[in-house]
Design a binder for this molecule. Structure first.
Ligand SMILES: *Cc1c(COP(=O)(O)O)cnc(C)c1O
Length: 357
C-alpha cells in the first residue's frame, strides 16, 4: 500500500483555539470551517472545536453537514443565501445570514418567512469583494431592524491587507468601519486570523479565525510557532527508491535539473495528484528522517525527487514529511509561489487521512 497520508492532530486544533482565546480574551470566537475546514475534515474539526462560540461556512451544504454532525452552536453563512429557495432550510436549521448586498434584503422583504432569521450586515470598507457601500449601511441596517422576521445581530467587514503589518489600507478600513457603524448599535466583527494576530484594536465582539486554528501564520514571512500555534495537518510519505546518478545526468520531467556531480537521489511517493504543489521549485525543503533535504527537478503527479547528498545512507521506506510537524507549511508555500491556505485545501481524496486525539 502506498504510504501517503495526512494526519490531523485534534490536540493541536484545541491548543490553537485556546491560543485564539488568549489573544482575544474579550471576543467570542466564530471558527471558520469552510472548504471542508480548510481541508482538515469539516465534522471532525467542528466537533473538536466544541469550545468555539460559533462556526462560519460558505454555503448551506456545509452548514447542513455541521448540523448533521450534531453541531448546535450558531452557524453563520458568510456569503448569506444565494437563492430564495434556500431560506426555508436556513430557518429550519437556525442558520445565521450575512447580508452583503441590498438584493438579499429585497428578497427577504418579499418572502413570507415562517421563522425569524438572525442576520449580520456586511459593509465593504475597501476590499470591494462582498459588502454594502458604507454610505448605504445606515439605511439597510434600519430596514433589517424594522423587518418583523429579522433579528439584527450586528455589522461586519473583512480586511484586505491585514497580513501586512505596516499596511495603511488596514488603518483606513478600520477607520471607515468605525465611522460607519458606531451610531448603529449591534455587535461588531472584523478580524480574521491576521486581524487577531496583527491588529488587536479590531477584535470587536466576535473574532473569525480560520487559518490560525489550523496552526498556520497568516502574516507575511512569519511562522505559526512565533504565535504559539501548532500545526494541525501533517502530510507524510516515504522513500520508494534511492539511486546513484552520474554527473551531468538529469532528473525528472523536462530534464530540468542536472546533477552537478555523481550523487544519490531519492524518490518520494507524493505528487500533485496528492495535492503537493506542482510549482514547488528545486530547493523546496522536504523532511527526510527528521532532517531537511532539497527537492530537485519537477514535481510529477505521483512522485518527487530529492537530493540525498546530505543523507547518503537513506533507504527505501524511510519516513518523509512534506509539511506539518517539523516543517512549517508556510515555508513550502513560499517555495511554491502560493499560500499555505491553498496547500491545506488542496490535499486530494486519494490521500489517506487519519486523526490523532
Ligand atoms: C474565511 C474567512 C475568515 C477566516 O480567515 P482566515 O484568514 O483563515 O483567518 C474570516 N472571515 C470571513 C468572512 C471569511 O470568509
Amino acid at each position: 500500500m502506498r504510504r501517503t497520508q495526512v494526519s490531523i492532530s485534534l490536540a493541536a486544533l484545541r491548543h490553537n483555539l485556546a491560543q485564539v482565546r488568549r489573544l482575544a480574551p474579550n471576543s467570542r470566537v466564530m471558527a471558520a470551517v469552510k472548504a471542508n475546514a480548510y481541508g482538515h475534515g469539516l465534522a471532525r474539526v467542528a466537533l473538536s472545536l466544541a469550545g468555539a462560540d460559533g462556526f462560519g461556512v460558505s454555503c448551506i451544504e456545509e452548514a447542513l453537514a455541521l448540523r448533521q454532525a450534531g453541531i448546535t452552536q450558531p452557524i453563520t453563512l458568510l456569503e448569506g443565501f444565494f437563492k430564495a429557495d434556500e431560506l426555508a432550510l436556513i430557518a429550519q436549521h437556525r442558520l445565521d445570514l450575512v447580508i452583503h448586498h441590498p438584493n438579499q434584503l429585497d428578497i427577504l422583504e418579499q418572502q413570507s418567512l415562517a421563522q425569524s432569521l438572525r442576520v449580520w450586515l456586511k459593509i465593504d470598507t475597501g476590499m470591494h469583494r462582498l459588502g454594502v457601500p458604507p454610505e448605504a449601511a445606515a439605511a439597510l441596517w434600519q430596514r433589517i431592524q424594522t423587518h418583523p422576521r429579522l433579528q439584527a445581530l450586528g455589522q461586519m467587514t473583512h480586511l484586505a491587507c491585514a497580513d501586512e503589518l505596516g499596511s495603511s489600507m488596514t488603518a483606513r478600513q478600520l477607520a471607515c468601519f468605525s465611522e460607519t457603524t458606531q451610531a448603529l448599535g449591534g455587535l461588531k466583527t472584523i478580524a480574521n486570523s491576521a486581524g487577531i494576530l496583527g491588529w488587536p484594536q479590531c477584535h470587536g465582539d466576535w473574532v473569525r479565525p480560520g487559518i490560525m486554528l489550523y496552526g498556520v501564520s497568516p502574516l507575511l514571512g512569519a511562522r505559526a510557532q512565533e504565535h504559539g500555534l501548532l500545526p494541525v495537518m501533517t502530510l507524510r510519505s516515504e522513500l520508494i527508491a534511492v539511486k546513484q546518478v552520474a554527473a551531468g545526468e538529469s532528473v525528472g520531467y523536462g530534464a530540468s535539473w542536472q546533477c552537478p556531480e555523481e550523487m544519490p537521489i531519492g524518490v518520494v511517493a507524493v505528487g500533485y495528484g496528492d495535492g503537493y504543489p506542482r510549482h514547488a521549485s528545486t530547493g523546496t525543503p522536504v523532511l527526510l528522517n527528521g532532517r531537511e533535504v532539497p527537492l530537485i527537478g519537477r514535481v510529477s503527479m505521483d512522485m518527487i525527487c530529492v537530493d540525498l547528498r546530505s543523507q547518503p545512507q537513506a533507504q527505501i521506506g524511510d519516513p518523509v514529511v512534506l509539511w506539518g510537524e517539523g516543517l512549517p507549511v508556510e515555508r513550502v508555500a513560499e517555495h511554491a509561489e502560493t499560500i499555505a491556505y491553498e496547500l491545506l485545501c488542496g490535499v486530494t481524496r486519494r490521500v489517506e487521512c487519519i486523526e490523532t486525539p
